[in-house]
Design a protein. Structure first.
Length: 286
């Protein structure tokens, strides 16, 4: 996980530690060249507070945090040089360069999302989804493709997932939802207009909510049980299409499915094998 994501997802920070984190995020490019006195002075905290903050993030000390910052900045610059996330191919590109550049973009989106993953959080989410009486996915536009792909995968192990389409079906679904269900909200920015009214009902019903979106997309932390972050380098408007965010969302959902599958692996294998003949009635070659 990157330093930025470690800070954004850190739990149980004191107010002073939260101030240190905010200062580092605001001055990330300067951190590798700072001394601990520079950081403490800039954030208006003590050296010991900086040291405790580093320990809470899992670093041995401030030097380890600086190394992580320098590495993340170098990797980010390499990715920027490698491919333009928002305009990955140019006007004169033909089939081969378009195919090559999209392959590079997809690889970069997956690698960046991998760096965002909080594996402990993912396992908690997988257990929650695995134990749920039912799963409702609230999303729209291109994220419906990823949602329905996840729905299909879950059906292969006998678990039903509901993906209501449109204003009416989403609101009717949340009104009918029972406390044994889990809600999954897919939104890259977290700003989609459908989210807030859905969250208010889910919160009132005490239904757990999982949000998948870019870093900083959790705009309603009081209503979100778990938030999972994906690659966040795509511009919300100035882009050809959602190439990066789509593949990142699909990747995160596939990771979740893999974790759910492995929670009851033998049972799921048995279910798959028992259903093969019924689901696939094609004539087999002799």
């Amino acid at each position: 996980m990157t330093l930025e994501n470690s800070i954004r997802q850190a739990e149980h920070l004191t107010p002073v530690e939260a101030e240190i984190g905010a200062y580092i995020l605001k001055n990330l490019e300067r951190v590798p060249g700072m001394s601990i006195l520079d950081l403490a002075g800039g954030a208006n905290v003590s050296k010991s507070a900086v040291h405790r903050f580093c320990k809470k993030l899992g670093f041995g000390g401030f030097n380890d945090l600086k190394v992580a910052a320098a590495r993340d900045l170098a990797e980010a610059q390499a990715d920027v040089d490698l491919i333009d996330v928002n305009y990955p191919f140019g006007e004169t590109d033909g089939p081969r360069p378009i195919a090559k550049k999209l392959a590079m973009l997809y690889e970069a989106a997956i690698q960046d999302t991998y760096q965002h993953i909080d594996f402990t959080q993912v396992q908690r989410v997988a257990r929650l989804l695995n134990q749920a009486g039912g799963i409702d996915i609230y999303t729209h536009a291109h994220n419906l493709n990823a949602a329905e792909n996840f729905q299909d995968k879950m059906l292969t192990i006998g678990k039903t997932v509901n993906c209501p389409h449109g204003f009416y079906n989403q609101r009717a679904t949340v009104l009918a939802a029972t406390p044994d269900r889990v809600a999954l909200i897919l939104s890259y920015s977290g700003r989609a207009s459908f989210i807030r009214p859905i969250l208010q009902v889910l919160s009132r019903k005490k239904i757990p909510v999982i949000l998948i979106g870019k870093s900083g997309s959790n705009l309603y932390p009081q209503h979100i049980t778990h938030a999972l972050s994906i690659s966040s380098r795509e511009n919300l408007r100035d882009r050809i299409s959602q190439f990066s965010s789509h593949i990142a969302m699909q990747y995160m959902l596939d990771v979740l499915f893999g974790c759910i599958y492995n929670l009851d692996r033998e049972k799921n294998i048995a279910y798959l094998r028992a259903s093969i003949d019924f689901m696939d009635d094609r004539t087999q070659d002799p």
